[in-house]
Design a protein around this ligand. Structure first.
Ligand SMILES: NC(=O)c1ccc[n+]([C@@H]2O[C@H](COP(=O)([O-])OP(=O)(O)OC[C@H]3O[C@@H](n4cnc5c(N)ncnc54)[C@H](OP(=O)(O)O)[C@@H]3O)[C@@H](O)[C@H]2O)c1
Length: 307
């Protein structure tokens, strides 16, 4: 069970979340709804309180299933969802309609954290933030997030929101041992500087960071030549062997080691592994009960940085 002092601030929003959340983008692809309730139950029993969904996941079914879970008994939770900025959605009315539809599917009056899913739209970052501020003022959302935003786009979003005295709470980006771009593109630094949570999606590289992890050059992109591919495979093998050795010594799984590494990178980082399995939900939450030593962290860092 997570201890009270382990909960982390969601940027400057005043909301506190467990150091790790749960992604629900594949919930609607499960065998049946009862299986989803079991995952939900397992998660909340561990003290994890942060659930991530989006209107686009299975065309709203992920939000609907999470909404059905919320009808059951549960401790206070933090629910995040996302607005999909399609090129055909350019007006305030379309934005508010989408938000109202998400609120209905989730069965809540207010969404705790609402993100702009990605920045590729005809609307400027400033215009998007104006819409988000209106949603906060209308009491439909509590905190504002962005997703897949660069450091520069984040800076613009935070600056615009400051006009309304609203902090940018989070940037949700891909971040894992095999995708360390947020460390290089300025996003992690800016999260530290502006006190914005870095919500790490795909922290297990869609389940590839696990005990029977198979090195494939495709893990880190597509190498251009056979020589590059060979190099990429051997780097992956080094990472794989390092993770497996530490997992074995610690009697943990490779996934737990990979999540633990992310949690140790910075207190602003909040991974949200996706799962449809109660067993994996418990295993992931158990990552919060132990810590990699500084030496283990450094060894993994080096094995991963060689990529
Ligand atoms: N903002 C964005 O653009 C964006 C993009 C992608 C994802 N997301 C969000 O981020 C969340 C996580 O990303 P993701 O689901 O794509 O990738 P992920 O979390 O890296 O991987 C999920 C996969 O890992 C497996 N898994 C989970 N825990 C495991 C464990 N302990 N041992 C072994 N396998 C395990 C899951 O299988 P089981 O189901 O069998 O557990 C699933 O196949 C999503 O659910 C979504 O909410 C956001």
């Amino acid at each position: 069970m997570i201890q009270e002092n382990q909960y982390r601030p969601l940027g400057g929003s005043g909301i506190r979340v467990s150091p790790m959340g749960v992604g629900t983008n594949r919930w609607a692809q499960g065998k049946n709804d009862e299986a989803v309730f079991q995952v939900f139950q397992s998660v909340v029993e561990t003290g994890v309180n942060f659930f991530d969904t989006a209107e686009v996941y299975s065309r709203g079914k992920s939000e609907r299933l999470l909404g059905a879970c919320l009808q059951r008994d549960h401790p206070p939770l933090v629910i995040a969802s996302k607005f999909l900025p399609l090129p055909t959605r350019l007006t305030r009315r379309q934005f508010m309609n989408a938000l109202d539809t998400s609120l209905n599917r989730l069965g809540v009056k207010s969404i705790d954290l609402y993100y702009i899913h990605f920045p590729y739209t005809l609307l400027s970052v400033e215009k998007l933030m104006d819409l988000m501020a209106q949603a906060v003022e209308a009491g439909k959302i509590r905190a504002v997030g962005v997703s897949n935003f660069s450091a520069n786009q984040m800076r613009r979003a935070a600056t615009r929101l400051a006009r309304y005295h609203i902090p940018l709470a989070a940037n949700q980006v891909r971040y894992s041992l095999v995708h360390r771009q947020p460390e290089k593109n300025g996003v992690l630094d800016l999260c530290r500087e502006r006190n914005v949570a870095l919500v790490a999606y795909r922290p297990l590289e869609r389940g590839r960071l696990k005990s029977n992890m198979v090195p494939t050059a495709s893990l880190s992109g597509s190498p251009s030549s056979t020589a590059d591919r060979g190099k990429a495979v051997s780097k992956e093998r080094i990472l794989q062997e390092t993770l497996q050795a530490i997992a074995q010594q610690r009697r943990k799984s490779v996934s737990q080691v990979a999540l633990n590494w992310l949690l140790r990178t910075d207190e602003h980082v909040i991974p949200i592994p996706g799962t449809t399995s109660p067993h994996h939900a418990l295993e992931n939450a158990d990552t919060l009960n132990w810590e990699l030593s500084p030496n283990e962290f450094a060894v993994i860092n080096q094995a991963s940085a060689q990529r």
